[in-house]
Write a protein that binds this ligand. Structure first.
Ligand code: HEM
Length: 497
């Protein structure tokens, strides 16, 4: 049957040698190393590689040019997603990021995109500034728990915007929900027999390799409950007049006033709301932990960032969004942290909706297309000395190198581009500007007083982040400490009144 299938006239994109029956199954790299390995292959086979795993074609794009040509300019053909069997079984089937391209995708995309348009996003800045004060206060009081604070910060912003829920304690229910998302994201990204066939879903849990059966059975009910209950809570708050304005409250009210609050529409609001924190919390959290690693490794950059803030803002207040245009170097630090180690090194895979031809190569309908962000950010034609951390590369010449930040390598392409990118940029910017203003990250010392040289290692599932590393975090001065306390007290006083 395979022999009779009509052969494409053009060759598939090249790739490493494959086994005759199972194709590249054995050559396929582990997810942790995939971006690096694909990048190395691209040096031998070119910037468009293809692999065949058990008959499924995977095309990896390893340059800005190829990604722009296909995912951006031909987005109408490349806007589909492959299926994600684990995530689907875990209850995430109807989350926007996993939806196939089509009417339901467009409906959800519209619902999710509207609250995150550029102009609308600037109205969220007060919440970001306030939560950034809580972040600073947390870092001051428990500097050793940096990971927890940088997870809490974007989660708290998103929960407030989405559900009108303010995170006030460490054991907050919504914070736990975001932690659960992080776990599911990680576990679901691991290869399982489900990738081969959904039939394996029915294996008994004791069957070798069927670890996912029990995980799905235990996790799915909790995930579903969380997705649906939070919107019901907002609905009740609306009924009792206690609801705070939020993305969900606005959507529920709009549907009610049109007489359209059907179970189906309410379900869609639930999916959109859940998708906001499933898409936004983990990614922003990992951007901030990567930033900390970058500052630890590059004290000179940290010093220059701090000095720019002192020059422009002074030491009497914290930077805010009105200072942003006057802080170009800080902006470059944000961008360089994202370029130096993209949080999604392989983006999110797309799928081709019809047969296509590119540079004399055949890309078959249904092929999974992986944009290798890592290759783009390491491309020496666009970035000099790309493995080094050099924020000034983005400053205009002659002060800097006039290089262009690749939005795509960080936020994706075409019709699937990250709809939360404006919010993400704001959230990350204000946190970084304020941390640079008042803190210094330094190398840790061991018990004998010797400096511990940090070896930063990254762990990657769908997102990528540094493994825990030793550091020492301190306020830059007594005045800086005072500023953190005052800002926090003012924020808390506002909550009470
Ligand atoms: C620094 C933080 C963030 C990064 C690095 C990031 C990155 C990305 C990337 C690379 C994609 C895939 C784009 C593609 O397929 O070409 C994506 C998709 C998505 N992001 Fe983000 N994102 C971030 C924050 C956010 C936030 C704050 C939200 C929510 C408001 C969000 C919601 C989404 C959604 C819903 C999708 C799926 C879009 C679709 O499939 O149509 N992201 N993001």
């Amino acid at each position: 049957q395979i022999a009779r299938r009509r052969r494409p006239r053009l060759p598939y994109p090249p790739g490493p040698p494959a086994d005759s029956v199972i194709g590249h199954l054995r050559t396929m790299p582990d997810i942790n190393d995939a971006a690096q390995v694909f990048h190395e292959w691209s040096q031998s086979f070119g910037d468009v590689i293809s692999l065949n795993t058990l008959g499924k074609r995977v095309v990896v794009l390893c340059s800005q040019e190829a990604v722009t040509d296909l995912l951006e300019k031909r987005s109408f053909k490349y806007a589909d997603r492959p299926s994600f069997p684990m995530y689907e079984r875990l209850g995430w089937k109807d989350l926007l990021v996993y939806l196939p391209y089509g009417p339901y995708f467009r409906k959800q995309r519209k619902m999710l995109q509207a609250p995150f348009e550029k102009e609308k996003v600037s109205t969220y800045r007060l919440v970001e500034e306030q939560e950034a004060c809580v972040l600073l206060y947390g870092l001051l009081n428990k500097p050793e728990a940096m990971e927890r604070h940088v997870h809490r910060y974007p989660t708290a912003v998103i929960m407030e915007l989405t559900y009108g829920h303010r995170v006030l304690s460490e054991d907050d229910d919504y914070l736990c929900a975001a932690e659960n998302v992080a776990e599911v994201l990680h576990v679901g990204a691991q290869a399982s027999l489900l990738d081969v066939s959904p039939l394996f879903e029915h294996l008994p849990a004791w069957f070798p390799g069927a670890w996912f059966v029990r995980y799905i059975a235990e996790t799915r009910p909790k995930v579903m409950q969380r997705m649906l209950n939070s919107v019901s809570d907002v609905q009740q708050q609306l009924a009792s007049g206690e609801a705070k304005q939020s993305i969900v409250s606005e959507q529920v009210e709009a549907l009610s006033s049109e007489g359209q609050l059907t179970p189906e529409n309410k379900y869609d609001v639930s999916m959109v709301a859940y998708q906001i924190f499933a898409g936004g919390a983990e990614t922003s959290h990992h951007t901030l932990s990567t930033f900390f690693a970058c500052m630890l490794l590059n004290p000179e950059v940290q010093r220059k960032g701090h000095e720019e803030i002192m020059r422009v803002v002074g030491s009497g207040r914290l930077p805010d969004f009105t200072d942003r245009d006057s802080l170009p170097y800080v902006e470059c630090i944000v961008e360089e942290s994202q370029r130096w180690h993209p949080v999604l090194p392989l983006g999110v895979p797309h799928q081709v909706m019809e047969d296509d031809e590119y540079r004399g190569m055949h890309i078959p309908k249904g092929a999974t297309v992986i944009p290798n962000a890592r290759s783009i950010t390491w491309d020496e034609r666009h970035y000099h000395d790309p493995r080094s951390f050099k924020p000034e590369r983005f400053l205009p010449k002659p002060e800097g190198a006039g290089e262009t930040f690749s939005q795509g390598a960080v936020f994706g392409w075409g019709r699937r581009i990250c709809p939360g990118r404006y919010l993400a940029r704001d959230m990350v910017w204000i946190a970084i500007a304020r941390i640079l203003a008042v803190f210094e990250v330094q190398k840790a010392h061991d018990a004998a007083g010797n400096i511990v040289e940090p070896a930063i290692e990254f762990v990657t599932s769908l997102t990528s982040h540094p493994k825990p590393f030793p550091y020492d975090l301190r306020p830059r001065s007594d005045a800086a400490e005072q500023l953190i306390r005052q800002a926090y007290d003012m924020h808390m006083a506002n909550i009470v009144t």
